[in-house]
Design a protein around this ligand. Structure first.
Ligand SMILES: [Zn+2]
Length: 282
């Protein structure tokens, strides 16, 4: 069903908008890419997430009564099984994000190979928490046009949060028809990475001039929230523990959550809950 800008989406309990915090626990997987140039310091930047920051985020969301969707590469789940169990025990969702945070997963590998990557990660989740992921977040590289259809029909995923083209969920269209596969798009503006990621050597960002002001980012996100609240969309964040989960930024995140919670009529939900809602109502 097509929604006009002014036509408010119906959310549970007449909430004005939905907020989804997707937490990408990339861990070491993002930072050990080049076997010829091992970089223990850079790898330790990723390790900070599971080793330190995930606990901080869990404590914060537990205190606020908010549940999130954690997307964890299979190898990170295997390396930190207690973390995975703790996330699951606290009622958060665990979703698929590659086995090794594979880049170019869909361009450098055959379909059979990347379906095997998915199965391998699912077996890890099954072993650790007794369930499979239903949510899919593609890693940063691109994918082929027919990939989402395979994620759904062949691999059993119910939703993805991999696109950028809307601020509301929608049913993906396969073979010219609306499917039961829900896309919950996210946006770079609601990703901590472009504001805060920093590596001295190798340089990231190239040119080295970016660590955005916390106040500025908080202000951006509050303004953006006001927009979603006014129009009734689904505000989908992409947060990385190694980036948002250092002490001062966690305070900033708390201030943002308090701002949203103070409204009293915002639906904080996991991706799975949002996909289920959309499937039933739209
Ligand atoms: Zn990632």
């Amino acid at each position: 069903m097509t929604q006009s800008r002014k036509e408010h989406i119906r959310w549970p309990n007449d909430a004005k908008c939905a907020v989804l915090l997707t937490i990408h626990v990339d861990g070491e997987s993002l930072y050990n890419r080049d076997p010829n140039h091992p970089s223990p310091r850079r790898v330790s930047y990723g390790k900070y997430g599971p080793a330190r920051a995930v606990d901080r985020l869990l404590e914060l969301t537990e205190r606020k009564g908010i549940r999130c969707s954690y997307f964890i590469p299979g190898q990170i789940a295997e390396r930190y099984p207690e973390m995975v169990r703790k996330i699951d025990m606290q009622g958060h969702e665990i979703g698929f994000h590659g086995f090794d945070h594979e880049e170019h997963m869909y361009t450098d590998r055959s379909r059979e190979e990347w379906v095997q990557v998915i199965q391998r990660a699912q077996e890890t989740f099954q072993r650790l928490i007794g369930k499979r992921a239903v949510g899919y977040v593609a890693t940063s590289s691109d994918f082929q046009m027919d990939a989402p259809q395979i994620w759904h029909e062949q691999c059993g995923f119910q939703y993805s949060s991999s696109m950028r083209g809307d601020d509301r969920p929608y049913r993906m269209v396969f073979d010219g028809r609306e499917s039961n596969f829900i896309e919950i798009p996210a946006r770079w503006e609601l990703d901590d990475y472009p504001f805060f990621v920093y590596s001295f050597d190798p340089p990231q960002p190239k040119g080295q001039s970016r660590i955005a002001s916390y106040k500025g980012v908080l202000s951006n996100w509050k303004h953006e929230f006001d927009g979603y609240y006014g129009e009734g969309g689904c505000m989908t964040f992409m947060l990385h523990p190694q980036i948002i989960g250092i002490p001062g930024r966690t305070y900033m995140l708390e201030e943002l959550l308090d701002y949203m919670l103070d409204k009293g009529d915002v639906w904080f939900a996991t991706g799975r809950e949002i996909a289920d809602w959309w499937l039933t109502n739209y």
